[in-house]
Structures are given as structure tokens and as C-alpha cells.
Design a binder for this molecule. Structure first.
Ligand code: ARG
Length: 568
């Protein structure tokens, strides 16, 4: 069935001024609904037709009758505006949702693979609060690209290689800690954290410790068996905790290919760089020189050990060969912009044109209020809560207190409290353009009012509760019963789902869907407030609409990686 947009595109083609594709790309939704449902700007034709856009739009509106399914078309200030027949819109949207369910607005599968590298924390340390950003933005982008029809490979590029392991090994040995199987398999992330901090403290007084750490890492790189055993234990202890937190957060990966995974693929990369005459020796290190504005990319240190960038080179070639990706996205904070610029530039110098399909997806910082009430990068105010797990626990506990006060008999209340707590923290992050810094304030994030996760989740709960209370099958609707402003507004918002998913996908911006979920929640709350559903004369039609709104909201929350809970 042709959509409203394709009907407009077809008509535009008949005018001979545009191709259907051009018209589709130009088509927009007027911000003021009284200007119609879609709008085709005529400004780009002015030069070609040597006429004012206003006159062109007027001529077109006078000459071409509105396509089927449209009530009228009208010219306004250089725009050709299309007014859909309200009943036709209602039918197309509600039947579309009935047919496609949660997948309404999703694109048809494409034969394209997108690799997304996200979360990717460093092993040996606990997840800090700021790791939330890459984890949640990446998780959401993976879902969004899937909804846009791509095949997605979700990669956790763990920082599991590098001098920091030399540090841990040095501390482990210095403290004479036992290295038997049982002790190693019971190592905890807290213990590793402790070793890490003592290294930092002690090395301030004993700077030679840094050298020892470098030597220890070089020994590890050369394959020393005992050091490998320690390293494996450090890695497993961290992974155990990581996987536990990802599970609570509902975050998943297809590949845990950390930096160490690429270790044996590095010699081939270095050989290739040498063969292509790209390696230069500078200050006893091997580097690839880049353009004037970009510092050289360090490839190998004087002791032969490799660097973060070397591993990222190998890590980019690997998925290209394995998945032949269409795009590879790196969801990493803006602080690493130069690193990615260098890595992509080296790939280009090596002759790999796919480097233009490697994209760094940067994001800003998380800010907290300090004692003077100023926003700064730093700790949350609940003392130790700079660890992600502490923030999640504190948010969940605050919500549980609230549930105990308002709805103490709720089944599975701990689980629901965690889902609201995490939803609140994640939404507070995702509702911003990713490049912006995120202000984290406990009260604002956990509030059930305003632009928050709990507010959106609550709208979903209300929709579910109407469906549950009614207990009726969703059967039929009569479009004439949904013409009132509140119902029609809600239907118009539902109709935009596909367009919002596309925009989020094109810009790699989950915030577009977060803002959409707010708009959806607001219109749904308004509909519920003004239109009685159960027991009304329009019960079947309104119930149908409630069902459709629930489906769209559930799926939108899911695309954000936020649980669409049914009760609270
Ligand atoms: N482990 C790095 C860090 O914590 C992030 C890795 C991002 N991914 C990559 N392919 N470099 O800073």
C-alpha cells in the first residue's frame, strides 16, 4: 500500500519539477499542524523556473488535485502543503501498528553490517559512573541500527592489554599475594582496584616502580607463563563483575574482543606498515607521520612493545575482513578524538579506503554539582557513588523507598525499582544530544515529573493498566470515533515513529528517540486524562488506540535500552 509520503512523491514527479526521490528527501512536517501534515518546499525550484517560490507553490496547488487519501493541498509562503484526510491517516496508522506490532516503523532488512564498538572499559578497574555514557549510547545505537534494517555486530573492545597490567603484576608480587589456582579464581575486582590505587600512591614516592611496571608488561607481552596466569586471573575477575552489571542494565554484546585479542595480529600490521614504507623512526620510537595538523601516530616503543593505536589498527582490519562492514562506529568519549583521527588516517595511508566508513561517535562528560552548587566533572554527592554499581544501587534504593510508601504490595518490587532506577539514570543521559555534557542531579533524574525516565515509564504503565483492566481483546476501531483532538494528536505522534527512528539512525543520536518518547508520553497522558476509555461509548476504538500507543511506547523505550515496565 503506498504511504502518504509516496503518494506526495508520485504527484511531485508528475509536476516534472522533482524526481520522487528528491521530493521524498525534501518533504517535511510543518511545525504548525494548521499548515498541514506534510510540506514540500519550492525554494530550490526558483532558480530553474525563474519564478518566486511563492508563485510556484500557488501554481502547483491550483493545477494538481490532492491525491487520494488527502483532503486538500494549499500553497503557503513558498511551501506546497498537504492535508491528509484524517480518517485515512487514522486507518493507515492504527492498521499499520496492528499488523507490525512492536516493529511498526522499522525498515526492511538491508544487506549491510554495522560494527559498533561501545562500553569497552579497561580491565582491572571497576566500571565508573562515566562508563554509563558509552555503554547506554552504544547499546541504544545498536538497537536503532537493527531497527533500520542493518545487521549489527556489537563489540566490547576491552582494554585488557597494556602497561596497567604491568602495574597490577608488580603490586601483586610486591605484596607477596598467593598465586595458587584457588586464590586466583577467587580474585575480586575490589582487590584489583585496591592494588591499582596502592600502585598510584607508592609510585609517587618510588618513581622506579613505573619502570618496573613497563618491564613487567614487556615480559607479559613476550609470553611469560606465570605473568600470563596472573593476567588471565585479573581479566576473569573483572569480566565476572562486568557481565553482572551489563545483565542488570540489559546491555549485550556479540563479541568480547579486547585489545589482547589483537596481539597476535599485530606483527602482520607492522610488517605491512614497513612494506608500505610508512614506518619512521622518531625519538627511538616507530611512528607513522601524518599531515601537518595531526601529530604522528605512535606504533611501537623502543622496547618493542606496541600501543593503543597499534592495537586499534589491527582491530579495524579484523572486522573489515570478517564482516565486510558497511560502517564501523566507535562510541568513545570526545577525549579520544585525536586517537581515532590518527588511526583512521593511518588506515588511509595504508590504502584502505574503508577508513571513511569508520566513524568516531563522541560524547560529552557527566557533570555533578559541587559543594558550591557549580557543575563540574567529579564525584556524585552520595559519597562513594562514583562507581556505576553504586549509582545504580542508590537510584534503585531511592525508588524502592517510594514504592514502599505508595504501593507496598507491588509484586517483584525490587526488580521493578531497579528497572526504574536504571531507566532514570539512562534517560537522563540519552535525552541530551550526545555531544553535550550531561548534568546529573539525583532529584531531577529520579522525578516522576518532567523530562525523565520515570515519567515516560509511567505513561507506559498507565496504558498497560487500561488494557489490563479492560481485559477485552483488541478488535475493531471506527476512525470517526477517534477524530477528537486528543485522540488525533496521539495518532499523529504514533505516525512519526519510523521517521524518528530514521533520523536517530542517520545522526547516530538516541536523543531523537528519547525526545520522541517524551512527546509520546505527554500526548498519551493527555489522551488518558481527557478521554474515558473503559465504559465509554467509544470503548473499542479508544482501547485500540491505547493498545497502539502502548506498542509504540514499549518499542521506543526498548530502542533506548530502557525497560518498558507494566506496573509500578
Ligand atoms: N578502553 C578504552 C578506554 O577505556 C576505550 C576503548 C574504545 N574502543 C577502541 N576501539 N579504542 O578508554
Amino acid at each position: 500500500m503506498p504511504t502518504f509520503e509516496t503518494k506526495i512523491a508520485k504527484l511531485a514527479e508528475q509536476t516534472t519539477h522533482w524526481t520522487a526521490e528528491e521530493a521524498l528527501a525534501l518533504l517535511s512536517i510543518p511545525p504548525d499542524p494548521s499548515h498541514g501534515d506534510w510540506s514540500l518546499p519550492c525554494f530550490t525550484l526558483a532558480k530553474k523556473l525563474r519564478k518566486a517560490p511563492k508563485a510556484i507553490a500557488e501554481e502547483l496547488a491550483a493545477k494538481f488535485p490532492a491525491p487520494e487519501g488527502f483532503a486538500k493541498t494549499e500553497a503557503l509562503n513558498g511551501y506546497w502543503n498537504f492535508y491528509a484526510d484524517k480518517k485515512a491517516i487514522i486507518e493507515s496508522v492504527l492498521n499499520g501498528i496492528k499488523e507490525k506490532g512492536l516493529k511498526f516503523g522499522f525498515a526492511e532488512p538491508k544487506n549491510k553490517t554495522i560494527v559498533i564498538d561501545y562500553s569497552s572499559p579497561n580491565i582491572g578497574k571497576e566500571l565508573a559512573f562515566h562508563h554509563l555514557r558509552s555503554t547506554m549510547i552504544g547499546n541504544s545505537l545498536a538497537k536503532i541500527h537493527k531497527a533500520c534494517g542493518c545487521k549489527v555486530e556489537r563489540v566490547n573492545h576491552l582494554g585488557d592489554w597494556g602497561t596497567q597490567f604491568g602495574k597490577l603484576i608488580v603490586m601483586y608480587l610486591r605484596e607477596n599475594l598467593p598465586a595458587d589456582e584457588a586464590t586466583l579464581s577467587n580474585l575480586t575486582i575490589q582487590e584489583l582496584n585496591r592494588l591499582y590505587s596502592s600502585f598510584s600512591k607508592i609510585s609517587k614516592e618510588e618513581p622506579e616502580l613505573e619502570n618496573k611496571a613497563r618491564e613487567a608488561f614487556a615480559k607479559l607481552e613476550k609470553g611469560d607463563e606465570f605473568y600470563r596466569k596472573l593476567w588471565t586471573a585479573f581479566k576473569e575477575a573483572t569480566l565476572k563483575e562486568l557481565v553482572r552489571i551489563y545483565k542488570i542494565m540489559g546491555v549485550d554484546f556479540d563479541h568480547y574482543t579486547g585489545e589482547s585479542f589483537f596481539e597476535d595480529k599485530i606483527p602482520a600490521v607492522i610488517e605491512e606498515l614497513e612494506k608500505k614504507n610508512l614506518l619512521e623512526n622518531s625519538q627511538e620510537r616507530d611512528v607513522v607521520l601524518l599531515d601537518e595538523d595531526t601529530p604522528p601516530c605512535l606504533i611501537r616503543k623502543s622496547d618493542g612493545s606496541t600501543l593503543y593505536a597499534t592495537r586499534d589498527l589491527a582491530a579495524a582490519l579484523f572486522p573489515k575482513r570478517k564482516f565486510n562492514f558497511y560502517k564501523c562506529l566507535y562510541v568513545v568519549d570526545n577525549g579520544q578524538a585525536l586517537h581515532f583521527k590518527q588511526v583512521f588516517a593511518v588506515l588511509g595511508k595504508m590504502g584502505y579506503e574503508f577508513n571513511i566508513h569508520c566513524e568516531h561517535i563522541p560524547f560529552g562528560l557527566i557533570l555533578h554539582k559541587n559543594e558550591e552548587g557549580k557543575w563540574e566533572k567529579g564525584k556524585t554527592r552520595t559519597g562513594t557513588a562514583s562507581l556505576l554499581r553504586d549509582v545504580i544501587d542508590a537510584a534503585s534504593a531511592k525508588i524502592l523507598d517510594l514504592i514502599n510508601e505508595k504501593n507496598p504490595n507491588l509484586a517483584n518490587k525490587e526488580e521493578i525499582a531497579t528497572k526504574i532506577g536504571i531507566g532514570a539514570i539512562a534517560f537522563n543521559d540519552l535525552k541530551n544530544r550526545r555531544f553535550m555534557d550531561v548534568k546529573f542531579d539525583w532529584d531531577a533524574a529520579l522525578s516522576f515529573e518532567g523530562a525523565t525516565g520515570p515519567y515516560v515509564q509511567n505513561a507506559h504503565v498507565r496504558l498497560c493498566s487500561i488494557l489490563r483492566k479492560s481485559g477485552k481483546e483488541i478488535s475493531q476501531f471506527k476512525s470517526e470515533e477517534l477524530l477528537d483532538q486528543n485522540s488525533y494528536d496521539l495518532i499523529k505522534v504514533l505516525s512519526r515513529k519510523g521517521e524518528k527512528i530514521n533520523a536517530a539512525c542517520e545522526n547516530n543520536e538516541p536523543y531523537i528517540l528519547a525526545q520522541y518518547s517524551l512527546e509520546l508520553a505527554e500526548t498519551a497522558h493527555r489522551f488518558i486524562h481527557n478521554n474515558r476509555v473503559i465504559g465509554s461509548a467509544e470503548e473499542n476504538s479508544r482501547l485500540f488506540l491505547v493498545y497502539c500507543a502502548q506498542q509504540v511506547l514499549e518499542s521506543t523505550l526498548d530502542l533506548l535500552g530502557i525497560a518498558a515496565i507494566r506496573e509500578m
